[in-house]
Ligand binder design. Structure first.
Ligand SMILES: C[S@@+](CC[C@H](N)C(=O)[O-])C[C@H]1O[C@@H](n2cnc3c(N)ncnc32)[C@H](O)[C@@H]1O
Length: 217
């Protein structure tokens, strides 16, 4: 799927995104983000990739630069209103517009599976992180029911999905479930690109993964 299409889809839903996510996760998203932040530690300059409406940055203390990037302009507009003192740039995780060794922390909340080239992102994250810097992700991982869910989304649920969201968005949701990985696959990707995984855990019946890794030089 083209980057432009993904950005358009998220821009179009930016006005209802926070309410939808709160509902879909039964409010747990805030706990997961707070957990990620506490595992990563808040010192230094922070980059939030695929920042959406800026919720991770909003939860951080104001003791360093807080920068969010996202290709979806509509999301960034909402983020700018919510997160005073944060900076936002329209950009992709696979092509970070920052100098080498700029950040202490990089977070991705519900974004990793949307990246079209995860290994290129990890190379970019390694480049812009300072020595000893950390990357942390929250993501929907592959779980036991993923195959059944995909089957239902492609068959029984398709007419309803197409009706509510439109075919393009429904195809995108199917694609984002197809792009989910097991915890071990995520760990392998990180470790193939110069990171050491410090922490991994599952939440929400194993569907949500949290991973924190440190840059190894
Ligand atoms: C499910 S939302 C998550 C937003 C926010 N991080 C949160 O936890 O609510 C996924 C976000 O990733 C962004 N995104 C999609 N592809 C991206 C890419 N290649 N690089 C950076 N962000 C991307 C989307 O525009 C969207 O805002």
């Amino acid at each position: 799927m083209r980057y432009r299409t993904v950005a358009d889809i998220f821009s179009q839903i930016s006005g209802i995104y926070d309410r939808f996510l709160n509902f879909a996760t039964a409010g747990q998203i805030h706990r997961w983000q707070e957990r990620l932040i506490s595992l990563m530690g808040t010192e230094g300059d922070w980059l939030d990739v695929g920042t959406g409406t800026g919720e991770v940055l909003r939860k951080l203390p104001r003791n360093g630069f807080r920068i969010g990037i996202d290709p979806a302009y509509g999301m960034l507009k909402v983020a700018k209103e919510k997160c005073v003192g944060c900076f936002f740039v329209q950009a992709l995780g696979e092509n970070l517009p920052f100098r080498n060794s700029s950040f202490d922390r990089i977070s991705l909340s519900l974004v990793f599976r949307h990246l079209q080239n995860k290994l290129t992102f990890l190379e970019e994250a390694h480049r812009v992180l300072k020595s000893g810097g950390k990357v942390g992700i929250i993501d929907i991982g592959k779980f036991k029911g993923t195959g059944i869910l995909l089957f239902l989304m492609r068959t029984l649920l398709r007419p309803v999905g197409n009706l509510i969201f439109g075919k393009e968005k429904w195809d995108f949701f199917i694609h984002s479930v197809e792009e989910s990985f097991t915890l071990d696959e995520v760990v392998d990707m990180f470790e193939s690109k110069g990171f050491k995984v410090l922490h991994k855990e599952r939440k929400f019946l194993g569907i949500i993964h949290i991973v924190v890794a440190v840059k190894t030089d």
